[in-house]
Design a protein around this ligand. Structure first.
Ligand code: C2E
Ligand code: CA
Ligand code: CA
Length: 694
C-alpha cells in the first residue's frame, strides 16, 4: 500500500503561487480596511468592519481552497458542499469577531482579538479539510494539528498587535506580513498533519484541468472581493481628501469674494514678519482698508448690489497684486493688504495702485457709484513688532483717514494715533461698565432762591473705572455718544434715577440729563412711559434736561418727541442756556418748563457788569415767557444774593451742595446726625440761604 503525506503530494506549482498571490493581496486589502475601522466611528466603523471581515474571510478561504486544489492526491477528490460553505462562513464571522474585539478599548484587545482571528483561520482550515474527501484512508498527526493552530494563534496575535499598537506604516506592513505567515504557516503545518493512503482499487485522479479551472475561478472571485474592498477604500480616501480640501478652502477664503479671509491674512502676516526678521532691510506694511460708501449701496440698491460691489472690488484688488503683495477680506466692507518691501517707493506705488482700484466707479444696470475707501498703513518694524500691534495701528491710521474728508491714506503716527487708541480702549471698557456695576449716580440739589427750600435733585452720572479711577462725565459721555452705548447708559440713568426718586417719600423732582443721541431715538417717549410705570414715580416729579444742541440736530423730530414726553406729564428744562448759537430761537420753538442758566455767567457776575446785565436779561425773558429760571454754578454768597435781588427762581451750585452719592443724601435727610459738609443738602432751607436771613 502506498502512503502519501499530503506535504509530499504532487503540487501544481502555479496554483500554489496563485494561492500565495490571493493570500498576500487579501491581507494587504484587509489591512487597509481594518485601518478605516479604527479611524471611523458608529455606523461607518461597523460598515468598514463588515467589509474587513468579508475581505479577510473570503481571501483566507480562497487561499485555502486554491491551495487544496493545487494538490494532486492521485485519487479522485470530492468536496462536500455544506461543510465547504460552512468553512467560508466560519472564516468571515470568526475574523470579523476577532477584528471587532481588537479595535475595542479593553486591555490586550489587539492580542486577544488577533488570537480569535488565528483560531478562526484554523477552524476554517479544518472545516475545509473535513469537507475534502479523497478516495483513500486519511490519517491525522495530532502534534502537527496542535502546532498549526498554535502558529495561527500566535501569528494572528502578533499581526494585530502591530496593526493596532504600531504607529508607523512600517509596523503596519510587518503586521500584514505576519498575518500572511499565520495563514500560510497554518496551511502547510496543517497539511503536514495529514497522510492519505489511496485505495488500491481506485486509480487515476480528477481531471487536472477541471481542478485548475475551479481553482482559477475561486481565486478570481477571491480577488474580486478583495478588489471591491480596495476600491471602496480608495473612493473613501479620495472623498475624504476632497472634503478636506474644500473645508480647507472654506476655512481660509471668504465665501462671497473668494479672497483670503482673516485667518489667511494673519498667517500670511506672521510669515512675512518672520521673514523680515531674518532679512535685514526688509519691511512689511499692513494696510487697513475700509470702503466708504458701501453702506449706501446696500441701503439704496439692496444686498445683492452690495455683494456685487464687494465682488468687483475684490476682483480689482486681486488683479493688481504683484509678488510680495497680499489682499484679504476681513469681513463686511473691511479689507486688508500686506506688502513686503525694502524701498519706500515700492510701498507708495502699491498704495497708489490700491487707491486707484478702489476709486474706480462701480457700474450697476442703470447707475454708477464710486465707493472710495479709507486706507491706513502701519509698517514693520517701525510701527509695531508683532501682528496684533501692526494691525491695530493700521486700523488707527485708517480711522484717522476716515474721519478726515481730505485724506484717503494715512500712515500711522504715534503722536496722533495713541490718543485715539486710549479713547478706543476707554470706549471698549464703557460698553461693559453697566453690567460690571461701575456706574453710579450722584445727586446735586436744586433749591428755591426765594424760600430756600429744596425743589429737586439733578442726577449726575459717575464712572468708577477699575484702573483709571473716577472718570468725569465730560470725558466719557462724548465717547458713549460716539460708540452708541449712550442708549443703554441713558436708559440705565433714567431707570436708576426714577427708582431712587420714587423712594424719597417727598415731592422733590429728579432732573435727568438727556443726550441728543437719546432724543433722536424713536422709542424714547415709550421708554420713559414704561420706566415711570415700572418705578411708580409720578411723571410730574421727573424733569429732563437737554441742551440746545439736542434740538438743533433734528428739530422736527426732536420737537415731536418732546411733545410726546411732555404729554406724559414730564417737565423739560433747557440746560446750559446762553451758551448755544441761537438760544432765543430755541426758546421760541418749544414751551420749556425751566431755563437753566449756564454756570459760566455766574463766574463773572460779581465783577462784570456785562455778565450781570445778561443774567438780568435772561431773568426778564423768563418772566415774560413765564418760564422759571435756575442759575447753575452758584459758588459764593455774593452770587446768591445778586440772584435773589434780580428775582431768580432757583439755584444750584457748590455753595448749596456738591453732587453726592445717594447714600449721603438719605443720611442727611433722615439720619440722626447731620455732618457739617452735608448739612447743605437737608430738606430744610440750605444754610447759605439761612445765613442770608431767610
Ligand atoms: P451739567 O448738566 O451742566 O451738570 C452740571 C455740572 O456742573 C456737573 O458736572 C456739576 O458737578 C457741575 N457743578 C455743579 N455745581 C457747580 C459749581 O458750583 N461750580 C462748578 N464749577 N461746577 C458745578 P459733572 O457732574 O461733571 O457733569 C458734567 C456734564 O456731564 C453735565 O453738565 C452733563 O452735561 C453731563 N452729564 C452728567 N450726567 C449725565 C447723564 O446722566 N447723562 C448725560 N447725557 N449727560 C450727563
Ligand atoms: Ca444738567
Ligand atoms: Ca448745565
Amino acid at each position: 500500500m502506498r502512503v502519501i503525506s499530503c506535504i509530499a503530494m504532487e503540487h501544481n506549482l502555479w496554483l500554489v503561487l496563485l494561492a500565495a498571490f490571493v493570500c498576500v493581496t487579501g491581507c494587504w486589502v484587509t489591512s487597509g480596511l481594518f485601518q478605516r475601522v479604527r479611524k471611523t466611528e458608529g455606523v461607518q466603523a461597523k460598515g468598514w468592519l463588515v467589509l474587513t471581515a468579508v475581505a479577510a474571510g473570503s481571501s483566507i478561504w480562497c487561499t485555502h481552497f486554491v491551495a487544496m486544489l493545487a494538490y494532486d492526491p492521485g485519487a479522485p477528490i470530492f468536496f462536500e458542499p455544506l461543510l465547504t460553505m460552512a468553512s467560508l462562513v466560519i472564516a468571515i464571522i470568526g475574523t470579523g469577531l476577532g477584528f471587532a474585539w481588537a479595535t475595542g478599548s479593553r486591555r490586550f484587545a489587539a492580542v486577544t482579538g488577533g488570537a480569535v482571528v488565528g483560531l478562526s483561520i484554523s477552524a476554517m482550515h479544518y472545516a475545509g479539510m473535513a469537507a475534502y474527501h479523497v478516495a483513500g484512508i486519511v490519517e491525522w498527526d495530532g502534534v502537527y494539528v496542535a502546532a498549526s493552530v498554535l502558529i495561527a494563534v500566535v501569528a494572528g496575535s502578533l499581526a494585530l498587535r502591530q496593526w493596532v499598537d504600531g504607529q508607523s506604516p512600517k509596523a503596519f506592513l510587518i503586521g500584514t506580513a505576519i498575518l500572511v505567515l499565520a495563514i500560510v504557516g497554518l496551511h502547510f503545518t496543517g497539511m503536514a498533519a495529514v497522510s492519505v493512503t489511496p485505495m488500491s482499487f481506485v486509480t487515476g485522479g480528477t481531471n487536472p484541468s477541471v481542478l485548475e479551472a475551479m481553482a482559477v475561478s475561486v481565486a478570481i472571485v477571491g480577488l474580486l472581493i478583495a478588489g471591491t474592498g480596495a476600491v471602496s477604500h480608495l473612493i473613501d480616501e479620495r472623498t475624504r481628501f476632497e472634503n478636506y480640501e474644500r473645508l480647507q478652502h472654506l476655512a481660509l477664503n471668504d465665501a462671497l469674494t473668494g479672497l483670503p479671509n482673516r485667518t489667511s491674512f494673519n498667517d500670511c502676516l506672521a510669515h512675512e514678519i518672520e521673514r523680515a526678521r531674518e532679512n535685514e532691510g526688509t519691511r512689511v506694511a499692513v494696510i487697513g482698508i475700509d470702503l466708504d460708501r458701501f453702506k449706501e449701496i446696500n441701503d439704496m440698491r439692496g444686498h445683492a448690489a452690495g455683494d456685487q460691489a464687494l465682488k468687483t472690488v475684490s476682483r480689482r484688488m486681486t488683479r493688481l497684486l504683484k509678488d510680495g503683495e497680499f489682499a484679504a477680506r476681513l469681513g463686511g466692507d473691511e479689507f486688508a493688504a500686506i506688502k513686503r518691501f525694502s524701498e519706500q517707493g515700492d510701498l507708495l506705488d502699491f498704495v497708489a495702485r490700491l487707491e486707484k482700484a478702489l476709486f474706480q466707479p462701480l457700474r450697476f444696470d442703470d447707475f454708477e457709484i464710486v465707493t472710495g475707501a479709507s486706507i491706513g498703513v502701519a509698517v514693520y518694524p517701525l510701527d509695531g513688532e508683532d501682528c496684533e500691534r501692526l494691525v491695530s495701528n493700521a486700523d488707527l491710521a485708517m480711522y484717522r483717514a476716515k474721519a478726515d474728508v481730505q485724506q484717503v491714506v494715512c500712515f500711522y503716527e504715534s503722536a496722533m494715533d495713541e490718543a485715539a487708541r486710549d479713547r478706543r480702549a476707554l470706549a471698549n471698557d464703557l460698553r461693559h461698565a453697566i453690567e460690571r456695576g461701575e456706574l453710579a449716580l450722584h445727586y446735586q440739589l436744586q433749591a428755591s432762591v426765594l424760600t430756600g427750600e429744596v425743589t429737586g435733585y439733578e442726577a449726575l452720572l459717575r464712572w468708577l473705572h477699575p484702573e483709571r479711577g473716577m472718570i468725569p462725565p465730560s470725558e466719557f459721555i462724548p465717547i458713549a455718544e460716539e460708540n452708541g452705548s449712550i442708549q443703554a447708559i441713558g436708559e440705565w440713568v433714567l431707570r436708576t434715577a426714577c427708582r431712587h426718586a420714587a423712594g424719597w417719600h417727598n415731592e422733590h423732582k429728579v432732573a435727568v440729563n438727556l443726550s441728543p443721541k437719546q432724543l433722536s431715538h424713536n422709542n424714547l417717549p415709550k421708554l420713559i412711559h414704561e420706566i415711570l410705570l415700572e418705578t411708580g414715580l409720578p411723571a410730574r416729579r421727573l424733569e429732563l434736561e437737554l441742551t440746545e444742541s439736542a434740538i438743533i440736530a433734528d428739530k422736527a423730530r426732536t420737537l415731536h418727541a418732546l411733545r410726546q414726553i411732555r404729554a406724559l406729564g414730564v417737565t423739560i428744562a433747557i440746560d446750559d442756556f446762553g451758551t448755544g448759537y441761537s438760544s432765543l430761537d430755541t426758546l421760541r420753538s418749544f414751551p420749556f418748563d425751566k431755563i437753566k442758566l449756564d454756570r459760566s455767567f455766574m463766574g463773572d457776575i460779581e465783577q462784570s457788569p456785562q455778565a450781570k446785565a445778561i443774567v438780568r436779561a435772561v431773568l426778564a425773558l423768563g418772566r415774560s415767557l413765564e418760564i422759571p429760571v435756575l442759575a447753575e454754578g452758584v459758588e459764593t454768597k455774593i452770587q446768591l444774593s445778586i440772584l435773589q435781588k434780580e428775582g431768580c427762581n432757583e439755584a444750584q451750585g457748590y455753595l448749596l451742595g456738591r453732587p453726592q452719592p445717594l447714600g449721603r443724601i438719605i443720611e442727611a435727610k433722615f439720619g440722626p446726625y447731620i455732618p457739617e459738609e452735608t448739612a447743605e443738602i437737608t430738606v430744610s432751607t440750605p444754610p447759605a440761604l439761612r445765613r442770608l436771613g431767610r
